[in-house]
Design a protein. Structure first.
Lengths: 323, 559
């Protein structure tokens, strides 16, 4: 039996990355799959004050940090929410203000450094464990992380590939999504996304043992509901009116191919499961900023038997976890 | 650069964001206010419950203001929990993560799902009392109006219509209904202002004459209706004053006021990423404003009632009506229908179009609110199904209509059964009205305890949250407000369940003169029993299938 743990959208959270790696032992799984959007969304400056103390503003709350221990503790708090802390002088901040492209460059440097650190942790935890770990970037992740992920000895870079994960099960992964209002790195209109994703699916593959690991959930699946926003990104009706924003391309592919399971993220509040035809579709959701790793634990049976009241299925069981 | 200048500099650039999915701006506090405002609907829930409080000695305005102040602690608790654990899904997940999965499941499914079955006939009763009966009467359909008013089958049909309306809203979706709610807000409030204006437009003598003449025209009542109502009200024990009373008598109002003012959190904004303390303040402001405006509008309305109807007569009319409706006397109430303040206000004009307009406008308080009856239930059913504590089908959405068919069945079918029992008063089910609030109160009680201990049991989570800096006398604000809410809800639960003053009739009164309502206790016992059975049974079933539900909320070590 293959026990697979899927998580997604950890967005720079150190805690969630460590939990993801530790999930292998915690849940006794053989296969880890990370669905994308690994990188953080924000930089939090920690200012050095003229008197030697430091100051940070986290979540609109001001903290005065009296000593090095307090600064380190603040850096831990910042990274636990998926943000990148950086120590800075007022001169550096002024240069960021004067030239916004410097912020972008610095952001990418931070992502890179953070990811290198993560991969070192992965090396430490996964080496000799026998656990296979598959990672594909998400639409929020810049392209330069691909090379870094590919270079890791213990991480399998999964983007755009159909990979045999053992016992005849195949994992097909992509972090590309349909177009969002934020114009992120890996977006395509649904018609082109359909072609892009379809090209990854080998023609002779048995769908009974295939898993789609597509970052974006299928359209109108209840896994893709978000609060409605206007053209200025303001949330309408105080978040009470929800609209589906998933991909019609992903939905079409699931309907046409009917894989065993489809794994998704992207929509953090879309945690749930649904059936599209015979396919079990899962969005693990994300609470990364709380240091909570939401995930899906799936037992895959290569030789299932038909039950008295249940049809034969390679999914022996599944559970959505809040770890 | 000085420290002060550097601090300002930091405030100007506290955070650098890059382009990334989900980084929305903000939502309107006014929008949030509307949904919270409808959740503590001062017309449907408010007037319905206040009319039943005719026998209390404490001043109504005193009770309202005190409740309004105390419930702000609950508002802080919910706004704070949302800030610490956004997108988590509300009470179910908060309690599951802090108190444990079993407690979270049992308290959430009873308070946000099962008990909504009992609300079905209550909504139905409000529909007929506030909309159907007045409109039929104003259209000259006296017999139909009186039939709907008094016939149990009509009551049951009104409950079914309510269920049908709620079902349609679930199928249509919240996107469209949210817009409808905004229109309802404006039209309903315009109606309320008309009511207040009409009540201030004449004196008591004018009302008395209008009451007699309109009632005779609409319902065929005999002359001397006013005096007969006064006598019937006095016989019923109608004593409630508008103001005054000692501390004890005022505090005894609170468990009944809870029927409408307990749920400003119902309209809280649960979605979206929390960016900082502003999100906590926005949620707090939206809900707190709903409480303040609701209490303020009720005070204005009650002064308007006191101006022309007089509070004393209003309470006597309520006493006369409910004393009969509850079967305490075989005498018919002189004024045959529920004394709806909007209809009594409409009597102050002779223009039938204006009369009808007032009632139609006021009906939006019902239609803009009732559609969300099962909204929370849907969320809880889905969350429980995703946790494998309900069958997978419970969360399945029909591909064509996007309707959660089985979730609807789980809400509507028991709702029909409970409505039947209530409308036909089988096993004294009609005595359960306040139990509809009690069970929700227990759920909130659990959440208040979870909030109180959160900073100590989830230290890292709390300290990295936007509310970590909010302290009262050195203690976390969420702990202080959680404790106040726990104590407040504890007081309400004590009064409801042990009923020492024989006022509420839904518990096992320790007062010899009080009601020992076994129907209520059995009913609530069954709800909690079923919840426990589902939880234990599903865990055992899943275990037999190789699914270990112990892992649901077990935290993975980070190191």
């Amino acid at each position: 039996m293959t026990r697979l743990f899927f998580a997604t959208d950890i967005h720079g959270s150190d805690i969630c990355w460590k939990k993801f790696l530790n999930a292998a032992r915690f849940y006794d799984v053989t296969t880890l799959v990370l669905g994308g959007d690994m990188t953080g969304k924000a930089l939090v400056p920690i200012y050095q004050l003229p008197d030697g103390r430091h100051q940070a503003i986290l979540l609109q709350q001001e903290y005065i940090l009296d000593d090095e221990a307090a600064v380190i503790d603040m850096e831990r708090k910042v990274t636990s929410r998926g943000y990148y802390p950086f120590r800075v002088t007022s001169g550096q901040i002024q240069s960021f203000r004067d030239d916004p492209s410097l912020v972008d460059t610095f952001f990418h440097q931070q992502m890179h450094a953070s990811l290198e650190r993560w991969l070192a942790i992965a090396d430490e935890k996964l080496a000799g464990s026998g656990v296979r770990c598959f990672v594909s970037p998400g639409n929020d992740d810049p392209f330069e992380i691909d090379a870094l992920l590919s270079s890791s000895p213990h991480i399998n870079f999964a983007e755009g590939q159909a990979i045999d994960i053992g016992e005849g099960f195949t994992l097909i992964s992509s972090g590309w999504a349909n177009v969002t209002p934020w114009r992120t790195y890996r977006e395509l209109p649904d018609d082109r996304l359909y072609d892009y994703l379809k090209a990854m699916i080998p023609s002779e593959l048995s769908m009974e043992k295939t898993i789609f690991n597509f970052h974006c959930p299928p359209y109108a699946s209840n896994l893709d509901d978000v609060p409605e926003i206007d053209e200025n990104l303001n949330v309408l009706n105080a978040g009470h009116s929800l609209v589906p924003v998933g991909s019609t391309a992903v939905r079409r592919l699931i309907e046409e191919y009917q894989p065993l399971v489809s794994l998704h993220g992207h929509i953090h509040e879309g945690k749930g499961t649904t059936r599209i035809g015979k396919t079990l579709s899962i969005n693990a959701g994300s609470l990364y900023e709380q240091g909570v790793l939401q995930g899906a634990l799936i037992d895959l049976d290569p030789h299932p038997k038909r039950g008295l009241f249940t049809p034969k299925s390679h999914i022996r069981s599944y559970t959505l976890t809040t770890g | 650069m000085s420290n002060e200048a550097a601090t300002k500099n930091a405030g100007d650039a506290a955070l650098f964001l890059r382009k990334a999915t989900g980084l929305v701006r903000s939502w309107s506090v006014f929008d949030a206010f509307i949904y919270a405002f409808f959740s503590i609907n001062l017309v449907t829930l408010g007037l319905y419950s206040i009319s039943q409080m005719y026998f209390f000695d404490g001043g109504m305005l005193n009770g309202l203001v005190i409740f309004g102040v105390l419930i702000l602690a609950e508002v802080v608790v919910y706004a704070a929990l949302i800030a610490v654990m956004p997108r988590a899904g509300g009470d179910y997940v908060w309690q599951s993560r802090i108190l444990g999965g079993g407690i979270g499941f049992v308290l959430a499914v009873t308070g946000w799902w099962f008990i909504l079955w009992l609300w079905t006939p209550l909504y139905g009763d409000m529909l007929r009392k506030m909309i159907v009966v007045p409109i039929l009467a104003l259209l000259g359909q006296r017999d139909s109006a009186l039939w709907v008013n008094s016939d149990t089958t009509a009551f049951f049909v009104a409950s079914l219509i309510t269920l049908a309306f709620v079902t349609v809203i679930i199928i249509v979706g919240m996107k469209r209904y949210a817009t409808f709610q905004k229109w309802s807000f404006w039209i309903g409030n315009a109606g309320l202002l008309m009511v207040i204006g009409l009540l201030f437009s004449g004196d008591h003598a004018a009302f008395k004459a209008a009451f007699e003449s309109n009632s005779t025209a609409l319902f065929g009542t005999a002359a001397g209706l006013y005096d007969a109502t006064v006598a019937a009200g006095e016989a019923a024990g109608a004593v409630n004053p508008l103001m005054g009373g000692d501390f004890k008598s005022i505090s005894l109002l609170l468990p009944w006021i809870a029927f409408f003012l307990l749920y400003p959190n119902w309209g809280a904004t649960l979605y979206g990423e929390v960016k900082g303390a502003d999100d906590f303040k926005r949620n707090f402001n939206g809900m707190a404003a709903a409480v303040v405006v609701t209490v303020g509008l009720l005070i204005l309305l009650f002064f308007a009632i006191d101006h022309s109807i007089t509070w004393k007569f209003y309470m006597q009319a309520n006493g006369a009506y409910w004393y009969t409706a509850w079967g305490n006397t075989k005498d018919a109430s002189p004024f045959p229908i529920w004394p709806y303040p909007a209809l009594l206000a409409a009597f102050m004009t002779t223009n039938p179009i204006v009369q009808l307009l007032v009632i139609v406008a006021m009906s939006m308080w019902f239609f803009g609110w009732a559609g969300t009856m099962f909204l929370s239930s849907t969320r809880v059913i889905f969350a429980a199904a995703f946790d494998r504590l309900l069958p997978e089908a419970a969360a399945q959405v029909d591909e064509k209509t996007r309707t959660p068919v089985w979730a609807l069945v789980l809400m509507v079918v028991p709702g029909i059964i409970v409505a039947y029992l209530y409308c036909y008063n089988l096993w004294s089910f009609a005595s359960l009205t306040l139990a509809a609030t009690l069970v929700i109160g227990i759920t909130f009680f659990g959440t208040a305890i979870a909030a109180t201990i959160l900073p100590y049991t989830k230290k890292d989570l709390y300290e990295a949250s936007p509310i970590a800096g909010y302290k009262v006398l050195g203690m976390p604000l969420i702990t202080v407000c959680g404790a106040i809410t726990t104590l407040f809800l504890g007081f309400l639960l004590y009064q409801w369940l042990l009923d020492p003053e024989a006022k509420y009739g839904i518990g096992y009164s320790i007062n010899d003169a009080g009601v020992k309502n076994t129907t209520s206790l059995y009913f609530m016992g069954v709800l909690y029993g079923v919840a426990v059975l589902i939880y234990v049974g599903m865990r055992m079933y899943r275990k037999s299938k190789g699914v270990n539900l112990d892992v649901l909320y077990s935290e993975i070590p980070a190191e």
